[in-house]
Design a protein around this ligand. Structure first.
Ligand SMILES: [Zn+2]
Length: 668
């Protein structure tokens, strides 16, 4: 809510549309052999291209990636067994084919629900396969980091199982094969293409990350089944998007233009009621207005944002500038009016959905973890399309806050819902307010793992002969014929050291993102110091190995105030330090000081101190002048206290007591 106002710069920053010329060749080719999740074809429109060969070395983000490998993924492998996901596929292997093939005898009627019919043997909701695929995707990216024998053998076992479960015509979905419900007959709730989309993305991760094409062959057979069933027809749309962006990526991987065409068809067909009714209306499924006419993000957040990523992909590959512009406009609107300070989206529990503009209650925030992941994916595609710094700024906000908070310090518990306030007497039927090891609708944990396993792909891009640095963490990376080493303790410290390891004989550009929040930024090249403004600071020269660039970002803790139109935060303030949003948790306050009776003297100077806290480890506390307010009916001034805040991503690692990001201003 405190983001810079959206401007019309979005449109002017657009690259001229490039007319693709696919007719002349079958394979679009991956520029620079891009090995990450998004690899635009050589013909795709867009000013930026992902770089390849990046490695995370040291610091907070590499620590998150390592924790996901050592603590989260082993948990996922156990849970996929315990929760029944893998058993469902085994059951599908044993189920005779005639029970699920189209047009063969008696079949149970379609059920408009995500729950399995009793007695079928199938366990869990209809989309259980997707958790397997998200986990496989995480493994695919992990296998690119080095030998992971246990993960590799798990992936091989599951690939074998999927090969046996897949029908000869390419169809693969354990729910529909086990229950015998007719295929593709109730797409509003069936998640068939949603599961297919996750399978395709997992297959691409294994192909690009590990050079293994086994899953890709399965995914291609399923995608071909979709093409045969839906291409050129008006037979339906999946209620839960992701197939769009998956099909575009499969086109990029295989050069098969019919996958891109089907993705385009699904994007264009949306808005005409083809997805059917899931019981929550067409708006919930983004199927009430055509994408080109939609002016704001609505409905179920994860669906809306996965669809936007697909829209951006289709627009890039087809050079469709007007389609891209609709997505850019909705992004501006979402960030300015429907986004929490943590980068989270979703104000309503009832449909995991967007609220009205400026409807952003901190205590009722839904902010599903997957919505943060989807938002990150969407912003990355807009960054590739336009090179706008605010997309990278927003990705950083999402990453360190709305997304980062979803995982416990130990990597073994996860948030599905990410509110900005938890009251001492919290009760919510769908959200206990504490992280959990897994969910009956697992969804978020394996999604977290696939993003963390591929995190290095989002640090930098190239545009022409310039290497753009978007996110700062310990890393080795290359692009524009340069090789760089980045050393930093960011986000704890604002000092980022870049060292040129290899350079061509010719001039090259290095562009460093200066976040909008950094009030005073200095950049030094070989100790020649200069001031830098927000946006990309361009450095251009004939670089030599050994050249050093030092970036000093201003991490002075700062006060942030909500937009006056957000009623639920009126009279409140929040604290940020660099990219980190802070929160007041009960465990940090002095004895007798209740977070719910705490106010702050906003605008006063904030203090900071590095500390190590039990359950959390290394952090930096921020201290503020506070007032402990007396019970409401008494008009007493309250006692002066020191209010203590910690980074939001580290909350709920101690007891389950109160927390709040937005805190009343004693001076308001
Ligand atoms: Zn989720």
């Amino acid at each position: 809510v405190n983001q810079p106002e959206p401007s019309s710069a979005a449109a002017s920053a657009l690259s001229p549309p490039v007319q693709p010329d696919h007719a002349s060749r079958a394979d679009p080719g991956r520029p620079n052999g891009v090995t990450g999740p998004v690899a635009p074809s050589a013909a795709a429109a867009g000013t930026h291209r992902p770089v390849t060969g990046t490695r995370l070395t040291g610091g907070l983000l590499p620590g998150w990636q390592r924790r996901s490998l050592t603590a989260s993924l082993p948990l996922a492998l156990r849970q996929l067994e315990e929760a029944g996901n893998l058993d469902n596929v085994r059951l599908a292997v044993r189920t005779p084919e005639r029970a699920d093939a189209d047009g063969n005898g008696e079949r149970p009627a379609a059920r408009n629900t995500v729950a399995a019919p009793p007695g079928s043997g199938y366990r869990g909701p209809v989309f259980m396969d997707s958790d397997i695929y998200k986990t496989l995707e995480a493994i695919g990216w992990e296998l690119a980091h080095g030998d992971r024998p246990e993960l590799a053998s798990f992936a091989a076992d599951v690939a074998g199982l999927l090969e046996r479960a897949q029908r000869p015509d390419g169809y693969l979905n354990s729910y529909f094969q086990v229950t015998g419900e007719p295929r593709y007959s109730r797409l509003a709730t069936s998640h068939e293409m949603y599961c297919a989309g996750h399978l395709i993305q997992a297959a691409i991760a294994h192909h690009r990350g590990a050079g293994d094409g086994r899953l890709l062959a399965i995914a291609v057979r399923l995608a071909d089944n979709l093409v045969r069933t839906f291409a050129g027809q008006e037979k339906g749309l999946d209620g839960h998007p992701i197939i769009e962006t998956a099909l575009v990526e499969l086109y990029r991987e295989t050069g098969r233009r019919d996958y891109l065409e089907l993705a385009r068809q699904f994007v264009e067909q949306r808005g005409h009621g083809l997805a059917g009714d899931s019981g929550l209306g067409r708006r919930y499924l983004q199927d009430h207005v055509p994408v080109r006419s939609l002016d704001t993000t609505v409905g179920h957040v994860v669906r809306a944002l996965y669809l936007e990523a697909g829209v951006a992909d289709v627009a890039a590959e087809l050079g469709d500038r007007s389609l891209l512009e609709t997505s850019l406009r909705r992004w501006d609107d979402m960030v300015a009016t429907k986004t929490y300070l943590t980068g989270g989206n979703g104000s309503r529990h009832v449909d995991e959905g967007f609220g009205d503009r400026f409807e952003l209650p901190p205590d009722r925030a839904y902010n599903e973890t997957c919505a943060a992941i989807a938002s990150f994916h969407w912003a990355w595609r807009l960054l590739l399309a336009t090179g706008g710094a605010r997309y990278a700024d927003h990705m950083e906000r999402v990453l360190y806050n709305g997304f980062g908070a979803a995982v416990a310090t130990d990597g073994q518990r996860f948030f599905y819902v990410n509110p900005l306030q938890r009251r001492a007497d919290h009760f919510e039927k769908d959200d206990p307010g504490r992280r959990r090891a897994w969910f009956s609708c697992a969804c978020c944990p394996p999604n977290i793992m696939r993003l963390l396993a591929s995190l290095e792909h989002y640090l930098a891009t190239t545009s022409g002969d310039t290497l753009h640095m978007h996110q700062y963490t310990g890393s080795r990376l290359s692009g524009a014929d340069l090789e760089l080493e980045v050393t930093t303790d960011y986000p704890w410290s604002g000092a980022v050291y870049l060292r040129v390891l290899a350079a061509p004989g010719a001039e090259r550009g290095i562009a460093l993102r200066v976040p909008a929040w950094s009030a005073r930024t200095r950049i030094a090249v070989n100790h020649e110091d200069q001031e830098a403004a927000a946006g990309y600071h361009q450095l251009r020269r004939r670089w030599q190995p050994g050249d050093e660039i030092t970036l000093h970002l201003d991490l002075t803790p700062r006060w942030t105030y909500p937009d006056r139109r957000v009623d639920a935060m009126r009279g409140c303030a929040a604290i940020e330090r660099g990219p980190l949003v802070y929160c007041f948790e009960q465990a940090d306050q002095a004895d007798g000081v209740e977070v719910e009776d705490l106010a702050v003297r906003s605008g006063t100077v904030l203090g900071e101190r590095p500390v190590t806290l039990p359950g959390i480890g290394q952090t930096i506390e921020v201290t503020a002048e506070g007032v402990h307010l007396p019970p409401a009916p008494l008009a007493l001034p309250g006692d002066r206290v020191t209010a203590i805040a910690i980074p939001y991503f580290q909350w709920d690692n101690r007891d389950g007591r109160a927390m709040r990001v937005w805190i009343p201003r004693a001076d308001a």
